[in-house]
Each structure stands twice: as structure tokens, then as C-alpha cells.
Design a protein around this ligand. Structure first.
Ligand SMILES: Nc1ncnc2c1ncn2[C@@H]1O[C@H](COP(=O)(O)OP(=O)(O)OP(=O)(O)O)[C@@H](O)[C@H]1O
Length: 487
């Protein structure tokens, strides 16, 4: 989102018609973090028991962006392409809790936040706020919703209008909707600035005169101007120095307690999530793959993606740094053409081999990676043989095929494959010596097709569901697969 769009959105969400509360005392920046006892209290009264109705309920939400969809594209006969940024996401957020939404860049976190606030129109699905479908609200109800549900953006540099004083920035939502008298509005702004730990002497200063942390406090004060119940915090500390991040997170926690706020905290940073969240939803390529209480998810992550995310966090101690780490290989695939079945299977270290196939997990992973490269035509066959082997008209002379296969095998695999796997794979590689990609694909698919590419596992229900075939159908344990049985 551009700076101008962010400012527009901030003004749009902040602006509603309502009364103004000018009472209350200053809070300032707190220094405590959420204890696990607090966290347990939140989770036992909400998701774990299902005892109360959620404040926000997201049901099968979809948001696709369309590319190649301009008039010119259509005149040129181009087919529109869907970018499936959010692709069937469901979760609940209970009153007073902080739900974290975590995942690598490009997984669809911000789009989820913006779509559930109705800053973007959904492609499908439903979001209920206080039991009411936000996409079917009439104008009056939308205005109330926009008052109750606010957003704090990542970048405090671009989301504040540089031409306005901070007093005017925080007061803007009150002005737009003509809330209270001029004196009441001014008093409310002073109160808000104090509550976020800024001095009222600074009212007439401009954003550039403040540090990043202070600017984020200004953004938070503006988001609170209309007394919302729910805040989407979109990477609220990512643009800040590490030393300032904890202060802003502590402030958000203090404000949550003081104003009974409910948060959706979007972050790619697991330490931020652990610091402040009660529950966490892990997002991968437009889908939620695991959701659960934060301590449980950190202590006992289930989805291989969650495990890999946790493993990729830099270690504090030397001992921890020396421990084996499975880092996340490769990039998030494009949401224009997501992998079939489980979307993480192209990178998953635990991708499941066919039943009855005797194979080591690492070997199977390597073969699956080679298969994907072949399916994506991501090998430059001309360069395999270097100077020694001719590659003319898409073919290697038949006498050179064995050498070509050996060189390609070396390129694709760290170690030569054992036994029968070498035979099957080399048969496919020999087909590539004739540029017969389809034959190579089919040879490998017949032997190595995984359940992970055939079926999307689905998230399932309960307090800590996981979308992974290792845990059975939709995480129910039905037909779960034990990794110890396949090597
Ligand atoms: N307006 C748009 N048009 C086309 N594609 C978009 C648009 N906005 C987002 N996307 C794509 O949707 C996907 C999800 O983007 P999104 O910003 O929601 O992810 P994210 O997890 O919040 O990542 P980041 O932390 O980098 O913002 C990305 O592939 C992105 O390129």
C-alpha cells in the first residue's frame, strides 16, 4: 500500500460519527510483558472452551487480485490471472485477546487484515464483527464498524501526513465527524498523547521532528481517537529499532488492558508474537496451516512450516546456535499458481513418500525437489554437458547419454541416490537428454507421487488444529502418518 493510500485508509478507518470521551488519565509507556498466566486466562475463556462468541469471526475469507485484466489486456486476448493472496482463511478472535498472524513475506497477512476491516472488498467468504456480517452492513452500520475497528500500519514514516502537526493528525478523525466541541476535541487529543507516552507540549510539532518510536505512538493515538474495540496492528514494530520495539509492544499491552481492546497482530517476527500474543495463527501462501495458544505452539509446533519458522529464528546462545537447524529452503511460491495439495509441500522437509516405498526422508525430499525443477522446466539442459557433450536440436548424441545423465545427477543431488532410486531417476534424466520433459515428469510421478500433492489437508477444528497429512484428515488424527514407518 502506498503512503497516500495508508493515510487515506487511516483517515477512513479513524473517521466516524460518535461522541467523545474526554475523561481519563494518562498511561504512558509500560514496561511489562504479557505473563503466561495472562495468556492462559485469555485462552481458557475463549478458543479452548468455545464458551463465548468471538468478537471477530473470519469464515472462509478469500481475496484474489486480478492481473492482465485491463481493457488493453482483454483486447489483446490475454486471460486474467488470479493472485490468490488470501485463499479460504478461517479464524476467530475473542474479546480482550491478541491473536498473532505470522508467516513469511507475501503469505497474505496484510491482505487478510485489510480485507477483514473491509478496506479491501473480499472475493469470497464472510467476516462477522459482534455477530454482524461486515460485508452486508448498511452505511450506518459500516460507519459504526469503522469506529470500532481500526488499523495501525507498519511504517510510521509514511502513514502520517508530513504537512500536519501531530495535534491535527490525532484530532483529524474527530474533526471529520464533528465530534464534540473544539475544546473537547483538543482535550481528547492531549489526553491521548499522554496515554501513549508523549508530551502535550509537542502538539504543534510535525512528524519529521519525532523518532520512529514516537511516530508510531502518534499513529496509535490516532487509531484510539474514536474509542475502538478492535485494532489490526500490521507489523507495528518492524520499522523500529530493536531497542524501541519492546517499548511500543509494552505500550500496546498497557493500552489493551486499559481500554479492553482486542488485537489482531500481524508480524513476520516470532519474538514479537511470543511477547504479546495469546494465540497465534500461522499463514502460508494464502492459507492458515496451524493455529493455537502461543506457548503451546512455540513449545510443541506441529506443522512442518511452523517448525521451520521457529528453527529459522536466530539463536541467542552458542549452544543453541550449534544445534542442527533446519532452515527454510527456497522462497514462497507465487500465489498466481500455488502448488496443488498442501502448498508447503514444495519446501516441506517432511513431504510424505508413497505408502510402501522404502526411502529415507532426505532422499525423498531431494527427489521431490528435482521433480519440481523438471515440472517447472527449471534446468538448463544445454549447459549440463559443458564443452564435452554436444547438445544440438534439443538432443544429446546417444553415445553421450550416460555421461549426460551422470552430470545431471550430480547437479541435482548432493549424494548419488541409492539402489533402485538411482535407476528410476536416471531413467527420467535420460529422457531429458532428448528434451522429453513430459516423459521425465511422468516417470518420476509414477514412482514418487505424494499424498501431499494430491490433497489439501484442511485445517480441522479444536484449540490447536493443524493442516498437515502427518496429522491425518483435517488434523483429526484419522489416517495420520507416522514418519518412522517410511524409511
Ligand atoms: N494490489 C495487489 N495486486 C496484486 N497482487 C497483490 C496486491 N496486494 C498484494 N498482492 C500480492 O498478494 C500476496 C500477499 O501479499 P500481502 O502483502 O498480503 O502479504 P504479507 O504476508 O502481508 O507480506 P508482507 O509482510 O511482505 O507485506 C503477495 O504475493 C502480493 O504480491
Amino acid at each position: 500500500m502506498s503512503s497516500d493510500e495508508q493515510r487515506e485508509h487511516a483517515a477512513e478507518t479513524a473517521g466516524t460519527e460518535s461522541g467523545v470521551d474526554t475523561a481519563g488519565s494518562g498511561a504512558g509507556a509500560g514496561t511489562t510483558s504479557r505473563s503466561s498466566a495472562d495468556s492462559d486466562a485469555h485462552t481458557t475463556t475463549s478458543a479452548a472452551t468455545g464458551a463465548e462468541a468471538p468478537l471477530v469471526s473470519v469464515q472462509n475469507l478469500e481475496k484474489y487480485f486480478w492481473e492482465n485484466d485491463s481493457l488493453l489486456d482483454r483486447l489483446l486476448g490475454g486471460e486474467p490471472v488470479a493472485v490468490r493472496a488470501v485463499d479460504g482463511v478461517s479464524f476467530d478472535i475473542y474479546e480482550g485477546e491478541t491473536l498473532g498472524l505470522v508467516g513469511e513475506s507475501g503469505c497474505g497477512k496484510s491482505t487478510t487484515g485489510e480485507t477483514l476491516l473491509r478496506l479491501q472488498e473480499p472475493t469470497g467468504g464472510r467476516v462477522e464483527f459482534g455477530g454482524e456480517n461486515v460485508y452486508e452492513m448498511d452505511n450506518g452500520a459500516v460507519t459504526d464498524f469503522r469506529q470500532s475497528a481500526q488499523v495501525v500500519f507498519q511504517d510510521p514514516f509514511s502513514s502520517l501526513d508530513p504537512r500536519m502537526t501531530i495535534g491535527d493528525i490525532v484530532q483529524q478523525p474527530l474533526d471529520i465527524h464533528d465530534v464534540g466541541t473544539t475544546d473537547e476535541r483538543r482535550a481528547r487529543v492531549r489526553d491521548l498523547l499522554e496515554r501513549v507516552g508523549l508530551s502535550t507540549d509537542q502538539l504543534d510539532r510535525y512528524p519529521h521532528e519525532f523518532s520512529g518510536g514516537q511516530r508510531q505512538r502518534i499513529g496509535i493515538a490516532r487509531a484510539l481517537a474514536l474509542e475502538p474495540e478492535f485494532l489490526v496492528l500490521d507489523e507495528p514494530t518492524s520499522a523500529l529499532d530493536v531497542s524501541v520495539q519492546a517499548q511500543v509492544l509494552n505500550l500496546l499491552e498497557d493500552l489493551q488492558d486499559e481500554f479492553d481492546l482486542t488485537y489482531l497482530l500481524i508480524s513476520h517476527d516470532l519474538s514479537v508474537i511470543r511477547h504479546i500474543c495469546d494465540r497465534v495463527a500461522v499463514m502460508y501462501l494464502g492459507e492458515i496451516v496451524e493455529i493455537g495458544p502461543v506457548e503451546e505452539l512455540f513449545d510443541d509446533p506441529k506443522h512442518p512450516y511452523t517448525k521451520a519458522l521457529l528453527e529459522s529464528v536466530p539463536r541467542a546462545t552458542t549452544e543453541e546456535r550449534e544445534r542442527d537447524r533446519e532452515t527454510l529452503a527456497g522462497d514462497v511460491p507465487s500465489p498466481r499458481d500455488p502448488p496443488s495439495g498442501c502448498r508447503f509441500r514444495t519446501r516441506c522437509p517432511m513431504v510424505i513418500p508413497p505408502e510402501d516405498l522404502q526411502i529415507e526422508q532426505e532422499t525423498f525430499r531431494e527427489i521431490m525437489t528435482a521433480r519440481e525443477r523438471i515440472e517447472n522446466r527449471d534446468i538448463s539442459l544445454e549447459t549440463v554437458g559443458g564443452e564435452q557433450i554436444e547438445f544440438e536440436d534439443g538432443s544429446v548424441p546417444s553415445a553421450d547419454v550416460p555421461a549426460f545423465v551422470d552430470l545431471l545427477h550430480e547437479r541435482l543431488f548432493d549424494e548419488p541416490l541409492p539402489g533402485r532410486h538411482r535407476e528410476v531417476v536416471d531413467e527420467a534424466l535420460a529422457e531429458l537428454a532428448d528434451s522429453d520433459w513430459e516423459a521425465a515428469e511422468s516417470t518420476l510421478r509414477m514412482e514418487y507421487e505424494s499424498v501431499c500433492e494430491r490433497e489439501n489437508p484442511g485445517l480441522g477444528e479444536g484449540a490447536h488444529p493443524v493442516a498437515c497429512h502427518l496429522y491425518g484428515e483435517a488434523g483429526t488424527g484419522e489416517n495420520a502418518i507416522d514418519p518412522d514407518t517410511w524409511s
